[in-house]
Every structure is written in C-alpha cells, then in structure tokens.
Ligand binder design. Structure first.
Ligand code: ASP
Ligand code: MG
Length: 272
C-alpha cells in the first residue's frame, strides 16, 4: 500500500493534472491513497476571501480538462453549498474548500475521463485534532480513526483520494487544519495508520541538496537521508517537508520518498 501526496505546486494547472493518469499507471498493482492539497495558490486566495479568483481558477482548469458541463455543474454546486453561509465561515472551514475542490476535481477527472476506479474519502471525518488555536490558525494532531469503510474502499477500489491539511476537532467535529503546508503531515498520518510501505511526496523540487541549489551551484542532490538528518534539516529552515511529517513516521520506519513532479526522471531523495 502506498500513499502518494501531491502538493499545490505540483497540481497548479490543467497540464499538471493531466500527468496524473500516467503516474498512477506506474502503480497499477498497488492499493493507493492519494492525498491532495489545494491546487496552486488556492489556499492563499481563500485566506483573503478571494472567492472570485478561486471560481475563475477552477473553471479554467475544468474547461481545459474538457469537463462535460454536467461535471462542471457538480463541482460548482459543491462550491456553492460550501460557501452558502460564507458570512459565518470560520477560517478553517473557509480554507478547507481548496482541498475539497481539488480532491473532487481529481476524482471526477480520473473516474470519468480515465476509467480509474476511485473513491473519495473525507479526511475531516477521519483525522482528528485538539482544540483550534486561532492565534496560530492551526490545531495539533490528536488521532486518526480508520473505519471499516476506508479499509474496504482501499481493498475493493484500490485507489482512494482524500484531502491533506484538513481535519476536525475530536470532541466537536468542527473543521480544523494542521497548519499551512500541513498536507505532508496528513500523508504521514494516513501512511502510518494504514501501514503503508512507502509515502511518496510529489513536490516541485528534486529533493534535499547538500546546500541551497539556488545559491550554490556546487550543491549536490542527496539520494538518501536518515530520518534524523532530514528532521534536523527541516527544523533548521529547510522548507522541503513539514518537519512533523518525519517525526511522525520515524518510529514506524516507513520510507518517505521526495520526487520532483515536474522532473520525474530525477532520482529524488529517499528518507529511511
Ligand atoms: N493547501 C495548504 C497550504 O497551502 C496545505 C498544503 O499545501 O500542504 O498551506
Ligand atoms: Mg498548498
């Protein structure tokens, strides 16, 4: 079983979404959980209440993916329902729309246009946090509940898509988030709970380098790293992975692989 996480910097336009079927075909014998974060900069748009920008961004993507009007209508109805009470929306509820729209569009695209037998799982109903911290705009991970439904979905459907970043308070069911860039952490949470044999994080960088390749032309890609070294790098300003991701999988010895979505031939970095 593998967890594949696609960040917003990977799925940022229709061209990049069109790469998904080929990537998935490389895992045709595997059970796959796909974790997506909001396409492109959607979370930023939602943070600033820029619903118009979100609307035109997803409309353009769906048009370029040649969605039938009935499929576009399904997605827009979902958006409308989510925003119906926009005046009362909490921060977490508001930004969760980005992950919900992205996972839904990925599901429709793969299922209706590429015959992928896929279902969608609502992360908010499975990943739980403590109380919402309105100063940090995030909450601390509490627990994950894997019901028979998820195990069955993965057994029979083989491919399931869910949302990164979003969760809910364990005692109130109110929507929360794990904090900005938290969908790596979500992938780790699902990977550990499902006993995945690998968590692959698709990113817009090759992996970890010996130095910042933008500043140092002699920097070399690190093909392998220990959990401790990766954690140290991430805690010291290297923003490639959300640091809690590594901490979370370390005890369970699940390898994390970083792959450049835009350069899949690159070896990437394997953390184990
Ligand atoms: N979409 C969220 C953010 O932009 C979560 C993530 O990308 O990991 O912060
Ligand atoms: Mg994002």
């Amino acid at each position: 079983m593998k967890v594949l996480k696609f960040g917003g910097g990977c799925l940022k336009d229709s061209k990049s979404i069109q790469k998904l079927p080929k990537i998935l075909s490389g895992f045709s014998d595997e059970k796959i959980l796909i974790v997506v974060s909001a396409f492109g900069k959607m979370t930023n748009m939602l943070e600033t209440h820029n619903y118009e920008a979100v609307f035109s961004f997803i409309n353009q993507i769906m048009k370029e993916l040649h969605f039938k009007s009935s499929d576009i209508a399904l997605v827009l109805a979902k958006q409308k329902k989510h925003l119906q009470s926009s005046a009362k929306l909490s921060y977490a509820y508001r930004v969760s729309l980005g992950e919900y729209l992205s996972s839904y569009i990925v599901k429709i695209y793969l299922r209706n246009y590429h015959n992928v037998y896929i279902s969608e799982l609502d992360a908010v109903k499975h990943v739980f946090t403590g109380s919402w911290n309105s100063k940090l705009n995030s909450a601390v991970f509490h627990s994950i509940h894997l019901d028979d439904n998820l195990v069955q979905l993965l057994t029979f459907n083989k491919t399931v898509v869910t949302q990164g970043f979003i969760a809910s308070e364990w005692n109130s069911q109110k929507i929360t988030t794990l904090g900005r860039e938290g969908s790596d952490y979500s992938a780790a949470i699902f990977g550990v709970a499902l006993g995945a044999d690998e968590i692959i994080l698709f990113k817009d960088v090759d992996g970890f380098y010996t130095a910042d390749p933008k500043l140092d032309s002699t920097a070399k890609l690190l093909p392998a790293l220990s959990y401790d070294d990766a954690f140290a790098l991430c805690s010291n300003g290297c923003t490639i992975i959300h640091p809690q991701t590594i901490d979370h999988v370390k005890l369970h010895r699940i390898p994390i692989v970083i792959k450049n979505f835009h350069n899949l031939n690159k070896q990437g970095t394997r953390i184990n």
